[in-house]
Design a protein around this ligand. Structure first.
Ligand code: ATP
Ligand code: MG
Length: 274
């Protein structure tokens, strides 16, 4: 089974999708076979990769609600997955249909483990799977935690950065205790860092103090190129591989997928190199 990461923070607009899209693109550009799972009905990862949601006939919803006892077949899985303009990077897309998933799954047996079952149908063809999640702790997000081995938590360097995190950690612990004992927090990612403000530095210090050894050294700065790229249907690392934001995501990629154990927070200094 592929190494599976869920990018989670129930707070909206903290950089989950930007992180998921760019990390998967870095992995694919590095030659790994990668699947990005869009588990957010907003479908930002889908459109951010240039996939037109309006012409998709199926999406993750159809696999989650497949009612055969053993879950969807490999054929059904492969029918929903779409290629992207980036070699090695495939997408399990979301359309607006996915908004009905929480409701549709509510009365289903093992409803928290449906995504895990879906991924078992076809994800072993990939080396890395990343799940982009919605800003909610609903059933889809719980499914993502059950399906994943590791959690990446982006935190925006703004006021209230830590708001809701204790609730998120509680849910992670519950999922670990009851259904997915192998689940680990890969690390916290500081996003949208504005070096011109004291606030960003204060938030960084606070987050590092709250999660000792758990915060990646690489900090993603505020960079307009990161925000522009989705409107061109491209990850920033493809749209402008040399902008400060893209370079930061490449460093983060090395930290997350390279020698993460030794690099994670073992230095007191963080890197803000542009
Ligand atoms: P949601 O909770 O709605 O899914 P999210 O957590 O996935 O949001 P993003 O969509 O990645 O967050 O980012 C929110 C907005 O901020 C987007 O418009 C995105 O392009 C922009 N953005 C993300 N990261 C950066 C950054 N480092 N610098 C500038 N803009 C950014
Ligand atoms: Mg998002």
């Amino acid at each position: 089974m592929a190494e599976t990461y869920a990018v989670i923070n129930q707070k909206g607009g903290v950089g989950k999708t930007t992180t998921a899209v760019n990390l998967t693109a870095c992995a694919a550009l590095s030659g790994r076979k990668v699947l990005l799972v869009d588990a957010d009905p907003q479908g930002n990862a889908t459109s951010g990769l240039g996939v037109d949601r309006s012409i998709l006939e199926q999406c993750l919803y159809d696999l989650l609600t497949d009612d055969s006892v053993l879950g969807p077949s490999a054929e059904a899985f492969n029918e929903v997955v779409v290629p992207t303009s980036i070699q090695n990077l495939s997408l399990l897309p979301a359309t607006i249909d996915l908004a009905g998933a929480d409701m549709a799954l509510a009365s289903v047996m093992s409803r928290e483990a449906k995504l895990r079952q879906v991924l078992r149908a076809g994800a072993e063809r990939y080396e890395v799977v990343l799940i982009d999640t919605a800003p909610s702790l609903g059933l889809l997000t719980i499914n993502s935690l059950v399906a994943a081995q590791k959690v990446l938590i982006p935190i925006q360097c703004e006021y209230y950065a830590l708001e809701g995190l204790s609730q998120l950690l509680e849910i992670i612990h519950l999922v670990q205790a009851q259904i997915n004992p192998g689940l680990r927090i890969a690390g916290v990612i500081l996003t949208m860092y504005d070096a011109r403000t004291n606030l960003a530095a204060e938030v960084e210090a606070e987050v590092r103090a709250n999660f000792p050894g758990r915060v990646f050294r690489t900090v993603i700065q505020r960079n307009v190129r990161l925000a522009e790229a989705p409107s061109y249907g491209m990850p920033a690392v493809v749209y402008d591989g040399n902008c400060p934001g893209s370079r930061a995501y490449w460093r983060l990629y090395q930290e997350v997928f390279g020698d993460a154990e030794t690099s994670l927070g073992t230095r007191s200094e963080s890197t803000h190199i542009g």
